[in-house]
Design a protein around this ligand. Structure first.
Ligand code: IPE
Ligand code: IPE
Ligand code: MG
Length: 240
């Protein structure tokens, strides 16, 4: 009997390369972001089909506010349009959407869309799709430290009681398992302020393909790579 292939419970993706894809096609950068939405659809389908329970997508970093205003505006517009266009389909597929990141700097419309997609898909049980939107891992950790310090100051928490679980429960990802695999497309090999605490034992995969070219087959390929990895967690296993 063949052994069952290991499937990651949580896959996180840094969706990178939209701008370069657009340039290759002689298009504007925002057209790359639009094309990237099809890849989001594809990975949601592929994750659900493979039994992945959590899919986190890095959609907009806190640093991305520093891009030209027209590009930021186009991304915000695309987010709103995608929420309206995709919410029924997501619900039908049993996908629950959760947004992590600071709820600052957003327009009222974007805030309304965030609330809408989260409440509309609340009952989804097949897959949780987490969108990191206005997300910064360092900021997330600073906020966690502030809240822990406050609880200590109020006498609710003893300093000695601060452990991994207390920290994890103070992050925006509370209640989520750590990512088993982190994929970054476009060949860049860095985290860019994404899930720094949570990535401790993640398997990294950096395909060259640009995000708008990332298909269901590319996701399946990533799962094959994952299944071949030997996760040791600092221990000694049969293979070594
Ligand atoms: C990723 O693609 C999308 C966001 C960061 C919002 P980029 O826009 O970073 O594409 P490149 O890296 O310039 O090609
Ligand atoms: C990281 O990509 C953020 C997202 C994919 C949303 P960037 O393109 O912004 O990162 P850098 O600037 O190359 O590190
Ligand atoms: Mg980029």
């Amino acid at each position: 009997m063949s052994e069952k292939r290991a499937i990651p419970e949580h896959v996180a993706i840094i969706m990178d390369g939209n701008g370069r894809w657009a340039k290759q096609q002689g298009k504007e950068r925002y057209e790359g972001h639009i094309a990237g939405v099809e890849s989001v659809r594809a990975v949601v389908r592929a994750a659900a089909r493979n039994g992945v329970k959590w899919l986190t997508l890095y959609a907009f970093s806190t640093e991305n506010w520093g891009r030209p205003a027209a590009e930021v505006e186009a991304i915000m517009e695309l987010f709103c349009k995608s929420v309206m266009g995709e919410c029924d389909d997501l619900k039908r597929q049993g996908v629950k959407v959760r947004i992590i990141g600071e709820r600052t700097h957003f327009s009222e419309r974007v805030l309304t869309m965030i609330d809408h997609i989260e409440s509309y898909t609340e009952g989804g049980e097949r897959l949780t799709l987490v969108l990191a939107f206005n997300y910064s891992s360092r900021r997330e950790m600073v906020l966690a430290m502030q809240s822990i310090a406050q609880r200590v100051q109020l006498g609710e928490l003893k300093v000695e009681a601060i452990d991994d679980d207390v920290v994890a429960d103070s992050l925006m990802t509370r209640g989520m398992p750590d990512p088993d695999m982190i994929i970054r497309t476009s060949g860049e090999c860095r985290l860019s302020n994404f899930l720094l605490w949570q990535a401790s034992y993640a398997e990294f995969y950096f395909p060259e393909v640009l995000w708008p070219d990332f298909t269901e087959e590319e996701f399946d390929k990533a799962l094959e790579v994952f299944a071949r990895r030997d996760r040791r967690y600092g221990l000694v296993t049969d293979e070594n």
